[in-house]
Design a protein around this ligand. Structure first.
Ligand SMILES: [Zn+2]
Length: 475
């Protein structure tokens, strides 16, 4: 394999391998000789003035990674324009990541080596990053209309994710849409049949439908609108138009069961109430009403909360390897129906402070099946972080001024011989628990506190820190 020299618009040059990594209708992708980047070279005619201006604006003005390197791994954003041998642009190489479809469709998933298949915890990490990437773009008005399983590259073991084909983004009234999306993910209002009466353009609101659909597919393995209902038995194209467009109906619609999927074995409720509610919001209330669709930020928060409740599956053969521990219905893996070996698990409910009242005024009422209280399910080695112990701290990276503190504050411990749970204080100088007489007792740094059912903890000074109630749930 030889090399070929690419010349960029800024006057610099770079060597790429002359055998393309891939070729498509628009052009070919070449890897740089140093393997850090790839260069997309359009087929002839691809570099008209309009596209050149479009890509240059993406690089100069709309680049979500430009002023904040944190976001670099989330995107393969255009970096610089090529002028020779033809028009194109350079971007970061996504490494060994694979497109999402390799993990979604059983045929390709079953063909992967065991160590490549990832686990559910990693899928959740990927989902958080995907929602964060969409949030990052939508916060600056950018739409990514072609969100699909082919444009998201992932590694579901360590939980890596990067968006590719970022040149198809659009900004309403500023950067025109080149594509309206991939059929399965296109929002119902963007579908048309026959003669078009008006030009419909993707928006951040139609992106929200694509995001919800992709998350459902990624976490549950099914398309949320493809159930048993057939709208047109003679014309499959027209049937698709109806079931994804004007007649779209959620396969888990709570009141209309006519579009259930006969192959569904894992349901949204197995992800917990936070995510179940958002999927219902996206595919019932928001399905035909774009204004009512959950925003990417709501997905980020629900996914991060759910992450705190994922525990390993006790069955070594289970391909999910981990699952969301739910209080209602028993703690059981939804894939293989295995229960954890521990007899009880600690559910730690974070109690918010009633702002404006006295420092000791926390809302200690726990509603186990509501999404009001965030809760964490204890597992040996699971840590509590600042966002669990201090009110108002974020688990998510928002910007350079809001960086989550990843220092472990406390850690769960399990004694296998007596089945007792404890919380080890690593970094909380004011950790206390309330004794039977209602008095607060200190838990020193470096010591462990046995977790009893109904125990109340205070993670630090009120009102800045959470109070928490432990509930030992029999599994
Ligand atoms: Zn399992």
């Amino acid at each position: 394999m030889g090399t070929m020299v690419i010349k960029y618009r800024d006057g610099t040059t770079e060597a790429v391998n002359d055998q393309p990594l891939s070729s498509g209708a628009q052009g070919k992708i070449y890897q740089t000789a140093d393997k850090t980047g790839v260069v997309k070279i359009y087929t002839s005619g691809g570099g008209d003035a309009k596209r050149t201006e479009r890509i240059q604006r993406l690089i100069d003005q709309l680049n979500p990674t430009k002023d904040d390197p944190y976001w670099t791994e989330y995107f393969t954003w255009p970096e610089k324009i090529t002028v020779a041998p033809a028009f194109g642009y350079r971007m970061r190489f996504a490494g060994s990541l694979k497109t999402m479809d390799k993990y979604i469709f059983p045929k390709s998933f079953n063909g992967l080596k065991n160590e490549e298949k990832g686990w559910f915890l990693g899928r959740m990490a990927v989902a958080i990053k995907l929602a964060s990437a969409v949030q990052r773009m939508s916060s600056t008005g950018i739409c990514y209309p072609d969100l699909s399983h082919r444009n998201v590259m992932v590694e579901p073991f360590e939980g890596k994710m990067t968006l590719i084909d970022c040149d198809s983004v659009t900004v309403p009234n500023s950067i025109e849409a080149e594509v309206i999306g991939t059929p399965w993910y296109i929002a119902p209002e963007l579908w048309s049949w026959g003669a078009k009466t008006q030009r419909i353009v993707p928006t951040v609101r139609s992106d929200r439908h694509s995001l919800a659909t992709l998350l459902y597919y990624w976490l549950l393995g099914l398309h949320p609108l493809k159930g048993k209902k057939i709208h047109d038995t003679t014309d499959p194209m027209h049937d698709d138009y109806l079931l994804l467009g004007p007649k779209a109906l959620y396969i888990e619609d709570p009141t209309d069961g006519s579009n259930r999927s006969p192959t569904q074995t894992i349901f949204a409720r197995s992800l917990g109430k936070d995510l179940e509610d958002l999927f219902t919001a996206a595919f019932v209330k928001g399905l035909h009403d774009p204004l009512n669709r959950p925003q990417p930020q709501s997905w980020q928060r629900a996914l991060v909360r759910t992450y705190d409740r994922i525990i390993p599956c006790a069955n070594p053969q289970c391909y999910w390897h981990s699952f969301v521990a739910l209080r209602s219905g028993g703690v059981v893996c939804p894939v293989c129906r295995t229960r954890p070996a521990a007899r009880q698990l600690p559910f730690v409910y974070l109690l918010p402070h009633n702002r404006g009242k006295g420092p000791d005024d926390y809302n200690e009422l726990v509603k186990p099946d509501s999404t009001d209280n965030h809760h964490i399910v204890g597992w040996p080695g699971r840590g509590l972080y600042e966002w669990h112990t201090r009110i108002g701290k974020e688990a998510l990276y928002i910007d350079r001024h809001t960086i989550p503190n990843r220092t472990r504050q406390a850690e769960f411990e399990y004694n296998q011989s007596n089945g007792m749970w404890a919380l080890r204080n690593i970094h909380l100088p004011d950790l206390r628990y309330r004794d039977g007489a209602g008095q607060w007792q200190a838990v020193g740094v470096g010591t462990s506190l046995a977790l009893q059912d109904k125990l109340v903890l205070q993670f630090g000074q009120a009102p800045d820190h959470y109070r928490a109630r432990i509930e030992l749930v029999t599994v």
